[in-house]
Structure formats: C-alpha cells, structure tokens
Design a protein around this ligand. Structure first.
Ligand code: NAD
Ligand code: IPM
Ligand code: MN
Length: 353
C-alpha cells in the first residue's frame, strides 16, 4: 500500500475551515481507491503561533516539513501580525526554500460557476497560469535607507536570473507541447528595460527548441485587458511572480471567484515537497462563521492527487466540483447559496459515493 505523508499547515482565518474539508475529501478518496493512504501531520503554525512564540514556525520548521511528500496549506495572515512578516516567515520561505519555482494556477470556468463577463462562451475561459514562484519581484532584495528621515529611500529589486527564467519558461513550453496548446508570455519590456527585456529574450531563446508550439507575447497591461475582453486568447500562460499573482486574482474573478481558485507550488525535480493551497487568503471578513467556500481547496487537493499520479481521482474531483455548481443546491454564500463550509465538503463526499 502506497502511503502519502502530507504536512498540513491550516494557518489563519478561514484556512482551518477549508483545510479540514480538503482533508476529509482526500481521506475519502484514499478509502475508495484502496491502493493508497494518506498520513496527515498537522502543524499549528501561523499568526496565533507567532503571537505566542515570536515566530511563524519553529526553528526546525523546514526540517519537519521536508520529511513530507507534500504540504497542504490553508491560508496565512491575520490583522494582528504585519503581513510582510507572516507571509515572508511562513508561506514565502517555504516556496523559496523548497525551490517550488513553478506555481500552477488554473483559470477555468466550470459549468455552473458564476462569471461577470458578458458575451463570453464558457469554454473560452480555460487557461493555465505558470507563474514564476522563486524570484523576480519577490526576491526579497532591497534596502531601506535613512529610515524616518527626509531623505528616506526604499529600494525593492526585481531579480531575474538566467537559470530562474529559463527553467520556468521551459517548463511552460513543455506543458504547452504536451497538451497541444498555445503558450503566451506576459511581460512588460517597454517599461522594465532590464528584467522584462531579458525575460522576452529568454522566451524567444527557449522557444527555438519548441518550433511546434504556437506562441504569443503580451505586455501585462494589454494582457489584463484581453483577459476580460477576449479570454479565449489564453491557453498556457507563463509570467513573472508579481504579474502572475495579480493576473490570477483577475483570473479568479472571471472564473467563479476566489472560492474556486486553486494553486500548486511545484518543485518539478521532487527534491523537496511541493505545496498545495487555494490562492485566496485568510479572508478575515468571513472567518470563523462557516461561510468560506472550500471548493478551491478541494481543487488544490485534486492538484495534489495529480502530483502523486492519481490522475483518475484528480479528474473526478474537478467533475464533482462542476456537478455541485451545476446542481446549485449546496453552495456557500460567495456562490449565491446558504450552505456552510462543511456542508459543501459533505456534498463532495456524497458525490464521491
Ligand atoms: P483574501 O483572498 O483573503 O480575501 C479577498 C476577498 O475574497 C474577501 O472578501 C474574502 O471574503 C473573499 N474570499 C476569499 N476566499 C474565499 C473563500 N474561500 N470563500 C468565500 N470568499 C472568499 O484576500 P485579502 O483580504 O487581500 O487578504 C487577507 C489576508 O490573507 C492578508 O493577511 C493577506 O496577506 C493574506 N493572504 C494570504 C494568502 C495565502 O496564505 N496564500 C493569499 C492571499 C492573501
Ligand atoms: C498568493 C498570495 C501571496 C503571493 C501573498 C500572500 C504573499 O497573494 O499566493 O497569491 O503574493 O504570492
Ligand atoms: Mn495572490
């Protein structure tokens, strides 16, 4: 029997509420399959932990996580701790330390999911973002000089290494080739005259190995406009860390909302565990009231199953999410329903049979 050791960081706000539904679903999938099991190890890290211990996770936190086959994360962030501390000392340090340089974020409008766009056919919103997840605008490099003085200066560097750009761009080309889809690079070479000119150059260089892949290149401002006006232009998309962050929240807005937006932080070499998490945050405005939509987390669980090679179950979960949306009977308030978080989780189990 195959065993998957999964480290769980439920985190803050709605994190614990959605993660417990995700775990419930994964356990049931394993039971039904019979060929594999999950062992979940929960780590109580997050902002409450910070308030008690002065750090977001213990000193050996990464060592503990490294023993796992995957990490399942809810959300991090609470008004009681500055965001740049809570996120840098937990979520971002994991993505970077475990070299999870690929962030896969599907933007796919399932049947039954709400969409604010008029004149757009449902099938036209079907993209997969490959977001650079280890450097770029999130490199954490910079300085803060003359603090509090009239000549105060703040510098935030964007760090784009050849290796860092090549590997994410190559990954995206390979995916596009495998899935017979077009590949779109989103950058901003007209204004960012070092980093994004370099990005565009590498997109072309790597492309020489993929003459069979149809490519497009957009400036990020135009791309955000086309995602609304003509989303069918985008299939596989590769972009930088910050642009990917922003565009995938925009993507969530056109593909059913934050409650449906999933993400996987992948270390393709499998030298480190990959991490699966909904792309939404801790949603302090609705936390603790059973209102959070757990379907994004279930979708991330589907990505985890695919990562472990259980393709059939991964696809089954997406089908079930779609069935629940089409039925329209057991939905959380963000989808126009009145069901609780756990009622939606129960509905997934019911559909699993
Ligand atoms: P958010 O994603 O938490 O919330 C934005 C809006 O979407 C809110 O109105 C919220 O109620 C709604 N929403 C989000 N997820 C939902 C769900 N599953 N079901 C129903 N509604 C949902 O973003 P924010 O308010 O900008 O950030 C709140 C905190 O979360 C901040 O501390 C931020 O730094 C952090 N954050 C963490 C992560 C992460 O851990 N991966 C991601 C984004 C933001
Ligand atoms: C996300 C989040 C994070 C990011 C924050 C919380 C650091 O917004 O996963 O989209 O910007 O990557
Ligand atoms: Mn984000």
């Amino acid at each position: 029997m195959q065993k998957h050791n999964v480290a769980v960081i439920a985190g803050d706000g709605i994190g614990p509420e959605v993660i417990s539904e995700g775990i419930k679903v994964l356990k049931r999938v394993a039971e039904l399959d019979g060929g594999f099991t999950f062992e979940f190890t929960e780590y109580p890290w997050g902002c409450q932990y910070y308030l008690e211990h002065g750090r977001m996770m213990p000193k050996n936190g990464l060592e503990l996580l490294q023993k796992s086959d995957a990490i399942f994360l809810g959300a991090v962030g609470d008004p009681s701790v500055p965001d740049h501390i809570s996120l840098w000392d937990l979520l971002l340090v994991i993505r970077k330390s475990f070299d999870q340089y690929i962030n896969l974020r599907p933007v796919k409008l399932l049947k039954g999911a709400p969409c604010p766009l008029k004149d757009v056919q449902r099938e036209e919103i079907d993209m997969l973002f490959v977001r650079e997840n280890s450097e770029g605008e999130y490199a954490g490099s910079g300085s803060w000089l003359f603090k509090g003085q009239p000549n105060e200066v703040v510098i935030q560097d964007g760090v784009f290494s050849r290796r860092g750009c090549e590997r994410v761009i190559r990954y995206a080309y390979e995916l596009a080739r495998k899935e017979h889809k077009s590949l779109t690079s989103i950058s901003k070479g007209n204004a960012l005259n070092y980093s994004m000119v370099f990005w565009d150059q590498i997109f072309k260089e790597v492309g020489a190995d993929f003459p069979d892949v149809k490519t497009y290149s957009y400036l990020v401002d135009a791309a955000s406009m086309f995602m609304i006006k003509d989303p069918k232009r985008f299939q596989i998309v590769v972009t930088s860390n910050l642009f990917g962050d922003i565009l995938t929240d925009l993507g969530a807005a056109i593909a059913g909302g934050m409650g449906l937006a999933a993400g996987a932080n992948i270390n393709p070499e499998r030298a480190f565990p990959s991490m699966f998490e909904p792309i939404h945050g801790s949603a302090p405005d609705i936390a603790g009231r059973g209102k959070a939509n757990p379907l994004a987390t279930v979708w991330s669980a589907s990505q985890m199953l695919a990562h472990f090679g259980h393709r059939k179950w991964a696809d089954r979960l997406i089908d079930i999410i779609e069935e629940i949306l089409v039925d329209g009977e057991v939905l959380t308030p963000d989808m126009g329903g009145t069901a609780t978080t756990s009622a939606v989780g129960d509905e997934v189990l019911k559909k699993l049979g």
